[in-house]
Design a protein around this ligand. Structure first.
Ligand code: SF4
Length: 293
């Protein structure tokens, strides 16, 4: 049995431990292979010897993917991340960013189109830092393929180049819903998160894209209740959300991840109740409103 682990939240990590225990309680001789984020961390090594650890970087991209999703082909273009946002475990679990070769990516897309896929999503932790500025060029090549829609996720504000905006504007088959994680609308919190922009810079980028790309909409990720997020800081996030008018927001409540900088430096000082309250405010403001549209 293969377990593909996710560590983005503490609860996700705990579910992996629970699942391994349940499987072995049921059958002591079951062979388990653990991959995904947890497999990249030291703490995975203390798991029982019934579990074979296979870091995701050991899995070759050359294996032809079995696509369960029948409409959109998900194509990885890079792996890992160099950014070290203070709350995030990814750079430790998945390692530094490694980009796949353009040739390999384009061949995988050709194969997907031969198999009838009309939509492709380019995926990676930080797609728009692909080959340090090479994402716009790659995206343009993908846009020339016979595809109805090309999406990409996740892209970070500091790597969103003018060239990339130009390529999106020029190619109508590139998705007009752009995912641009903001995490917070408060400069003090953004700094503590080690995000590389201010609220004002984020808003200017949104405006710049809006001017060039017709009918563009934005989705985002927001981390609620980061240490030190007082009422004023949260209000700044609400205000930024109103200004952008996000179509969708993926809302996460902060939980400290062992090994990250924010866990070492800051106390998780916002109560669970308060995080839930703030989550409801943003859910109401962004997601509920859009369900009713
Ligand atoms: S850019 Fe994304 S994946 Fe990379 S450290 Fe920041 S939150 Fe984590």
């Amino acid at each position: 049995m293969v377990i593909n682990s996710c560590l983005v939240r503490e609860s996700a990590e705990n579910r992996v431990y629970g699942l391994i225990k349940n499987i072995l309680d049921f059958d002591r001789n079951k062979k388990i292979v653990l991959t995904g984020c947890l497999a990249g961390l030291e703490r995975a090594k203390v798991l029982t010897d019934k579990v074979e650890i296979m870091p995701i970087s050991d899995i070759s991209y050359k294996i032809e993917p079995l696509r369960e999703e029948k409409e959109i082909a998900l194509v990885p273009i890079s792996f890992g991340c160099d950014n070290f946002c203070s709350y995030c475990i990814v750079p430790y679990a998945r390692g530094r960013e490694k980009s796949r070769s353009e040739k390999e990516i384009l061949a995988e897309i050709d194969k997907a189109t031969e198999n009838g896929f009309k939509k492709v999503m380019l995926i990676g932790q930080n797609v728009n830092s692909y080959r340090k500025g090479g994402f716009a060029k790659l995206l343009e090549k993908v846009a020339k393929k016979n595809l109805e829609k090309i999406s990409f996720v996740s892209s970070n504000p500091w790597d969103f180049s003018d060239k990339l905006i130009e390529v999106i504007a020029k190619n109508k088959n590139i998705d007009r819903l752009i995912h641009l994680p903001v995490q917070s609308g408060d400069d003090g919190i953004l700094k503590k998160m080690n995000r590389k922009y201010s609220a004002k810079e984020y808003l200017s980028l949104v405006e710049k894209i809006r001017k060039k790309v017709e009918k563009v909409e934005f989705s985002t990720d927001i981390l609620i209740g980061f240490p030190g997020e007082d009422a004023k800081a949260f209000k700044n996030t609400v205000s930024l959300c109103k200004k952008v008018g996000f179509k969708v927001a993926y809302l996460n409540k902060y939980s400290p991840r062992a090994g990250t900088v924010s866990d070492k430096l800051y106390k998780d000082d916002i109560s669970t109740e308060e995080k839930k309250k703030r989550w409801r405010v943003l859910e109401e403001l962004i997601n509920k409103k859009n369900y009713l549209r």
